[in-house]
Design a protein around this ligand. Structure first.
Ligand SMILES: [Mg+2]
Length: 226
């Protein structure tokens, strides 16, 4: 059995900035926080980590009530941002998922910094959600390595005999590569997000692809092609 754990933003889709727009709109709605945000990186980070930085940037207390208001409003606003921003499914993704999904020897999951509900909203919008059976999400963790450990536990729940080296983590940032290593998985880096191939290569992924249209070469080389 082989398990493929996909990152979302920059790997499966480019949501056209919908996530960031909805996050900022949620802060404005709930807390009146507005104005340009600077110095907060998003690529490869968890939504929990990004939101905590945004709260701090705007001087908003981080407590359970604020957190819940923020999340609920983000989830309410995200579908509209997805509709109005010009995002897209990234090259090669649909064809790859359609080929992998029906296979008996493959299970598909997510390993993403997105909140679980945000991941569902984004992937539903692009018609991709039903391909994925389980996942690790960014609701509770600041460190992406902890999300990977969660995802690994989920995989073990479904497949108790799974070995880490039968798991492939597919992502677009150095953090994706690192978190794959944290669970002993193999890593495919794709240069379809914020990082070019020359920036990903020094982090030594097992496989480096320009985009997922090149997935066949990887599957073939890894003996995973059918
Ligand atoms: Mg990403």
């Amino acid at each position: 059995m082989n398990v493929f754990l996909f990152d979302i933003d920059g790997t499966l889709i480019d949501a056209g900035g919908a996530g960031q727009e909805a996050m900022e709109a949620a802060l404005a709605h709930e807390f009146g926080a507005s104005g340009p945000v600077s110095g907060i990186h998003t690529a490869g980070r968890t939504d929990r980590a990004i939101a905590m930085d945004l709260f701090q940037f705007h001087g908003i207390d981080i407590n359970d009530e604020h957190w819940s208001r923020y999340q609920q409003t983000y989830f309410r606003l995200l579908p509209n941002s997805l509709k109005t921003r010009s995002g897209a499914v990234l090259p090669g993704v649909i064809s790859l998922l359609e080929r992998l999904s029906p296979r008996e020897d493959v299970r598909l999951g997510l390993l993403t910094g997105n909140f679980a509900e945000g991941a569902k909203l984004k992937l539903d919008h692009y018609g991709l959600f039903d391909h994925f059976e389980f996942g690790g999400f960014g609701d509770n963790h600041v460190d992406r390595d902890d999300v990977a450990r969660d995802a690994f536990r989920k995989v073990q729940g479904h497949l108790p005999a799974i070995q880490p080296d039968s798991i492939w983590v597919i992502g677009d940032t150095p953090s994706d590569i690192r978190c794959g290593r944290a669970i002993g998985a193999k890593v495919v880096a794709v240069a379809t997000g914020m990082f070019g191939a020359h920036e990903l290569e020094p982090h030594r992924p097992d496989v480096l692809l320009k985009d997922l249209r090149e997935a066949d070469a990887w599957l073939q080389a890894a003996g995973l092609r059918q």
